[in-house]
Ligand binder design. Structure first.
Ligand code: HEM
Ligand code: NAG
Ligand code: NAG
Length: 516
């Protein structure tokens, strides 16, 4: 049907063209009264109706800044755990918050779902062929190479050490001063510096010292902007055009191109520096060295371009997610004094100051701190660092809930919406209650990966899950032990729509030292 009308439009010659086009458009609008033109109807899936011909595109653009609430609203209104929307210019997406489906996509039928063309295209400038953007063999060798640094010995000795050192630095240079001088500090900004310094140190052996500078380091500022732009490409099908126009009409403003340039030179500097070190006979065993000694999917040594992609992919993995999780954690703590008090109790009962100088012992003690883990998991339920994610179906499939997926569909899962769903987490889903993570025996409850996909699931589960948890807990423990933070009143705390979940306007706090 659609193709007949399209042929008519194409065929309408000369004078008839205007009238013919209007008539055809009217016919099209009748057929596609609730969805994007030429999108097929998916009668078996709960569907959020849209406008004629453009589908949900206007709504999507209108609600873009609150996309997670918009989706949450959609799931509630349709009263289901799986839905679809059609929007002009954006390929068909089927979204789900059903834990069974999530587990199916990411684990059980892993082979059928890849990072699809839309993903790869939009992400390519920033992420290149790095691990987030890669499929198949290209992904496998990166995963395998990186996995070697995540061993217990590194955790116990080296990683914990790096985190403790960075926290010590942060304590002296930022929090003690802020407490003495009664200064307001942006907690979110400090956490980004902390995780950047820590990760660049343990991954690439570079002492960046972002924590020592008042302003954002240029690399970090450019990296944030580049990610925001990358996300926008997912909802803006004509991004190559609009980005070009923006650059042309506002040449004084930094464009995506400039941000990419800054980010790129940073990565290349890190690699160059390492080449010099290696030439001088220095031996390193960190992430970067492992990749410099590895062979790529074709059995060759990695080029600087490939290494650049790897460096940037790991920085987004290692910096942003953890900094955000820490920021949301402290936001939850300052707004939930009951939880803070209970956490402080566990810290005081378990952590002595000497542990600060004995990383292996500290690591062992932290592993046993049930409540601290529960707080962190509960934060990630409400504020998952990767709030929304998608894959691409290679073949037709049927989900555990009966949904028929067609070859070429994009599938969407929504940890942010899922974490807040009463259907998934029960009637108290909206409350911040770490106790839900503790069993009657007082042990940490292990939720299935489908139920709680904060760290993804299956073969591509977050490689840094344990690293991130350790880093976050070391920071939480020492900050809570030493300081009482208060939120500066009158600020709006909300997320910035991006690939991850940063705080849009930051998180301003004041701080007092606790009596030791
Ligand atoms: C709270 C902190 C973190 C959260 C919530 C988190 C979450 C995630 C999620 C959801 C993914 C899947 C992304 C996708 O493929 O679309 C992922 C992948 C990944 N994460 Fe994390 N992450 C965190 C911290 C870290 C850290 C500190 C590292 C350090 C190296 C790391 C390394 C990775 C890597 C390498 C992947 C790609 C895995 C693959 O595709 O095989 N993550 N993470
Ligand atoms: C750790 O803290 C918990 C809760 O306060 C307490 O029950 C436990 O005994 C502490 N563990 C050690 C080893 O002190
Ligand atoms: C951690 O807990 C286990 C089991 O309760 C206990 O055997 C072990 O001694 C604890 N470790 C530390 C360092 O407290």
């Amino acid at each position: 049907m659609a193709s007949i009308i399209l042929d008519q439009i194409k065929a309408s010659p000369g004078r008839m063209a205007g009238r013919g086009a209007v008539a055809s458009l009217a016919v099209l609008a009748c057929i596609y009264y609730d969805r994007a033109v030429f999108d097929s109807k998916r009668a078996d899936i709960k569907t959020q109706a849209g406008w004629p011909l453009v589908g949900n595109l206007p709504l999507l653009l209108q609600w873009l800044s609150y996309i997670h609430e918009f989706l949450q609203e959609g799931f509630t209104r349709l009263d289901g755990l799986t839905l679809t929307m059609s929007a002009l210019g954006i390929p068909r997406h089927v979204g789900t918050i059903d834990p069974r489906n999530v587990e199916h996509i990411l684990k059980t039928n892993f082979e059928n779902y890849i990072k699809g063309p839309e993903f790869t295209h939009g992400m390519n400038d920033l992420f290149g062929n790095g691990i987030f953007n890669a499929n198949g063999e290209e992904w496998k060798y990166q995963r395998k190479t990186a996995s070697h640094i995540f061993n217990v010995k590194n955790f116990r000795d080296q990683f914990t050490d790096v985190f403790v050192q960075e926290i010590d630095f942060m304590t002296k240079h930022i929090w003690d001063k802020a407490a003495d001088e009664h200064r307001i500090v942006d907690f979110h900004d400090v956490m980004f510096k902390f995780t950047l310094d820590s990760f660049v140190m343990l991954g690439f052996g570079v002492q960046l010292n972002a924590l020592a500078s008042e302003d954002k380091v240029p690399f970090a500022a450019a990296f944030d902007e580049a990610q925001k732009n990358t996300f926008l490409r997912f909802v803006n099908p004509i991004w190559p055009v609009t980005e070009g126009i923006l650059r042309a009409i506002m040449p004084w403003r930094s464009s995506m191109k400039d941000h990419l340039h800054t980010v790129d030179s940073f990565a290349r500097q890190v690699i160059e520096q390492r080449r010099v070190q290696l030439a001088n006979g220095e031996v390193k065993k960190d992430l970067l060295s492992r990749f410099m000694n590895a062979r790529n999917a074709n059995g060759e040594e990695l080029s600087t371009d490939e290494l650049r992609d790897i460096v940037l992919n790991f920085i987004i993995a290692g910096r942003d997610t953890t900094a955000q999780a820490l920021s949301w954690t402290f936001y939850m703590l300052v707004t939930h004094p009951r939880v803070e008090k209970k956490l402080l109790q566990e810290i005081e009962d378990n952590i002595t100051d000497e542990l600060m100088y004995d990383s292996p012992a500290l690591y062992e003690v932290i592993k046993n701190m049930t409540y601290a883990h529960a707080v962190f998991y509960e934060v990630l339920r409400h504020y998952p660092s990767v709030p929304l994610n998608q894959k691409y179906a290679l073949n037709d499939d049927i989900w555990p809930d009966g949904t028929h997926i067609r070859k070429g569909d994009y599938v969407l899962w929504c940890p942010f919406v899922q974490g807040r769903s009463e259907k998934v987490w029960g009637p108290d889903a909206k409350y911040f209650r770490p106790e839900r993570w503790i069993t009657a025996e007082g042990e940490l409850r292990r939720e299935s990966q489908g139920q709680w996909p904060a760290f993804h699931a299956g073969p591509r589960v977050c490689l840094g899950q344990h690293l991130a948890t350790l880093e976050a807990l070391v920071a939480i423990i020492f900050l809570v032990k030493r300081y009482r933070f208060s939120i500066v009143p009158g600020q709006e705390i909300t997320y910035q729509v991006s690939l991850t979940l940063p705080m849009k306007y930051g998180f301003k706090v004041t701080v007092e030292k606790r009596e030791q």
